[in-house]
Design a protein around this ligand. Structure first.
Ligand SMILES: [Mg+2]
Length: 231
């Protein structure tokens, strides 16, 4: 079939957009929670238990990696077991490491207002919303109590409940299963502040955005055709 010759007065930009080259429609948006929507600082919890000097020493310690230890609880280990074991191997850090769970609510130091606004706009526009968070099963209820915007998510995949955490590829398979009725990971946008998680999400087929708190999220999402107001 030959294309009709355009009329002399027709400009190229008057022609209908070729669907094959349009951006894929977005089936859903998936948010990380910690340091994308919820400000988290474990120092604030530990300092409440042992004071600033001890907390500073604890987080700077060469013989104890808080992040790696905490990650195990995100991946499903119970806190009682974690504290008992770590207090046995590192008795000098016992009070500090136990202070974290005891004063956990203090580690949730606020919210990212701009991200919450974006979340609410997407919800109002009817975009399916999911969360995928590395969070211990025992401590996640505190987030549900504190942050009403978590109700805007159709579903929240909590690593501690699944026994596997980002960036393990397995957690993205869990997510895929939980949101299958909305579409595929390929047509899903994912937002996370951790480059390793962004890398893993990309490997899982998602369109992943690194969140940097520099005000780009809204534009990054608008560029993907999501219905958000201009900044
Ligand atoms: Mg995060």
């Amino acid at each position: 079939m030959t294309s009709p010759t355009p009329a002399d007065d027709q400009q190229p930009w008057d022609e209908p957009v070729d669907e094959r080259f349009s951006p894929s429609p977005v089936d859903a948006v998936v948010f990380d929670l910690g340091n994308v929507l919820i400000r988290w600082d474990p120092f604030a919890a530990v300092v409440a238990g042992v004071g600033a000097a001890e907390a500073t020493a604890f987080f700077a310690a060469e013989d104890f990696d808080f992040g790696a230890w905490n990650y195990q609880q995100d991946a499903g280990r119970g806190w009682e077991e974690a504290e008992t074991e770590a207090s046995r191997t590192h008795p000098h850090w016992g009070p500090a490491l136990r202070a974290y769970r005891e004063h956990f609510p203090r580690s949730l130091i606020g919210v990212f207002e701009d991200t919450v606004t974006v979340l609410r706009e997407l919800h109002e526009a009817g975009v399916p919303l999911f969360a995928l968070t590395n969070w211990s099963e025992e401590l996640f209820p505190e987030a549900l109590r504190r942050f009403d915007f978590l109700e805007l998510f159709e579903d929240i995949v909590v690593s501690g409940e699944e026994g596997v955490a980002k960036p393990d590829p397995e957690i993205f398979r869990v997510l895929e299963e939980r949101m299958r009725h909305r579409g595929s990971l390929e047509d899903t946008v994912f937002i996370d502040d951790n480059p390793r998680n962004v890398e893993a999400a990309t490997a899982a087929g998602m369109d992943a955005i690194l969140f940097t708190d520099t005000g780009h999220l809204r534009e990054d999402l608008r560029a993907r055709g999501l219905p958000l107001r201009r900044a």
